[in-house]
Design a protein around this ligand. Structure first.
Ligand SMILES: NC(=O)c1ccc[n+]([C@@H]2O[C@H](COP(=O)([O-])OP(=O)(O)OC[C@H]3O[C@@H](n4cnc5c(N)ncnc54)[C@H](O)[C@@H]3O)[C@@H](O)[C@H]2O)c1
Length: 439
């Protein structure tokens, strides 16, 4: 049965991208978009919205358009960037210091990147202990801080004649916080803003400002941010799409590629030891135990979700899963992810897989930022709101309805994403049954 098409308004005019945290990931994202817009050889590799295709109908129909030709996405030429940071330096200076892109590549982009300076941040060392801010807003209450953010956003919108906005958190990982009373309802949260409740972190204040203005929010870090009932209530009330948490790049990306493969062949698991060496500022922030705990919780959750030990106790009960993160400055942004995987086959015979992934964190994260802002903008124009589970593909700890477990298998996540696009456009969902080819 072909579903009815969803009404999607056209992406007319400019789309403002609001970024709390103009660090390595954000500047690699912005610099990349500038390069792609102006240089023929700069390709948006890793971006599904730019390079991915989608199969429509039967295989015999040979309909495989690019995703960007299938659904109405904002054009890269219409993106305008703005953001906040605790350091008052231009995107060029931060990108140069981050050392992700080569100096000669950055030189060409310098005039454009030098124009983007961050606005003063909402920040407290209470939530990111390793950083000291010198470009930070001051106000008596957290509510006033939220109002200051709203003012920045309104000015940015007016100055650049923006039609729509999306916010994506690329700021540091905050200390581990558990959902508490102040997060349980919007009323409690708003009272908490007035009373400077310590359980309201900086990232929640940004999220509150965005959702209050009807601006979609994506969370690239493992912080709670929009993953609390108060924010779900606000997203529902203002009909805003949200998604998170924690970009799926590097080692966790590998894990969610390999684990579904092992499980598909019913290969057992005795243990999975993962360690990371990274030397960028993210690594420095994660060197502090309370931020590290937020990240480790996010990284540990994926295997159980994929392997389902409750359904396959003989294969996956009691496997040992260990994840560590080591701050090692010489590595810079070129992270190294080591995995030792102890697996078992026929009759319980042991085998091992070793992975040494020499990756570049921000190079893997930048295309995710692009896809997320474009898809969230699409979701908003299509009238979708609340948690966008179809964007789980991009996250280590996908936000989902409390009634279901999160889906971590990257292949199922991709199928869900593409089927959502087919559904929006009234195309048949792909089941991969394919019996009709043999009638
Ligand atoms: N690079 C990856 O592959 C990857 C993957 C998953 C998640 N992440 C997460 O993405 C985030 C960004 O990573 P990065 O490598 O760019 O780190 P980074 O340290 O280079 O950048 C983070 C920036 O956020 C700023 N910041 C911190 N708190 C802020 C606040 N309250 N308001 C405004 N700015 C604030 C910092 O000053 C810094 O410039 C981190 O939380 C990281 O854990 C990154």
């Amino acid at each position: 049965m072909v579903k009815r098409k969803t009404r999607i308004t056209r992406p007319k005019g400019k789309l403002g991208i609001l970024i709390p945290g103009l660090g390595a990931v954000a500047t690699t994202f912005i610099a990349g978009i500038e390069a792609i817009r102006t240089q023929k050889k700069a390709l948006p590799i890793g971006s599904l919205t730019q390079m991915g295709t989608i199969r429509l109908g039967k295989r015999t129909e040979k309909r495989m358009p690019l995703i960007k030709d299938f659904v109405p996405l904002a054009s890269l030429d219409d993106l305008v960037f703005g953001g906040w940071d605790i350091q008052n330096e231009s995107c060029y200076e931060t990108a140069r210091k981050s050392g992700v892109l080569e100096p000669e590549d950055l030189k060409r982009l310098r005039p454009r990147l030098e124009k983007i300076y961050p606005w003063k941040a909402v920040f407290s060392e209470e939530y990111v202990k390793r950083l000291k801010g010198n470009h930070v807003k001051k106000a008596k209450t957290k509510r006033q801080l939220a109002l200051e953010l709203i003012k920045d956003i309104k000015e940015f919108k007016k100055k650049n004649k923006l039609n729509r906005l999306v916010m994506i958190w690329c700021g540091s990982t905050e200390v581990f916080l558990k959902p508490s009373e102040v997060h349980s309802t919007l009323t409690n949260f708003e009272k908490g803003l007035e009373k400077n409740d310590p359980n309201i972190s900086s990232s929640m204040i940004y999220a509150y400002a965005a959702l209050s203005m009807g601006i979609p929010f994506a969370n690239g870090a493992p912080n709670l941010s929009v993953d609390i009932p108060a924010m779900l209530e606000l997203a529902k009330k203002n009909k805003v799409p949200i998604c998170g948490k924690d970009f799926k790049t590097g080692q966790t990306l590998m894990k969610t590629i390999i684990a579904p493969g092992l499980k598909s062949r019913l290969i057992g698991l005795k243990g999975w030891f993962s360690t990371n060496l990274l030397g960028n500022r993210d690594g420095e922030v994660l060197d502090e135990p309370s931020s590290l705990k937020t990240k480790e919780e996010s990284k540990l959750s994926v295997l159980d979700g994929i392997l389902q030990p409750n359904l396959y106790p003989d294969l996956y009960r009691n496997y040992h899963h260990k994840v560590t993160i080591n701050y090692y400055p010489p590595a810079g942004d070129k992270k190294e992810g080591w995995d030792n995987i102890d697996i078992v086959g026929w009759l319980g015979y042991p085998m091992q897989i070793k992975i040494d992934f020499l990756c570049r964190d921000s190079i893997l994260a930048a295309p995710l930022c692009l896809d997320l802002v474009l898809f969230l903008d699409l979701a908003k124009r299509a009238g979708m709101h609340g948690i966008q589970e179809w964007l789980s593909f991009y996250f280590k700890s996908p936000q989902c309805s409390p009634s279901v477990y999160p889906e971590h298998d990257i292949f199922i996540q991709l199928m869900k994403l593409k089927n959502t696009l087919r559904h929006l456009k009234g195309e048949k969902l792909i089941t991969h049954l394919g019996l009709e080819y043999y009638d």
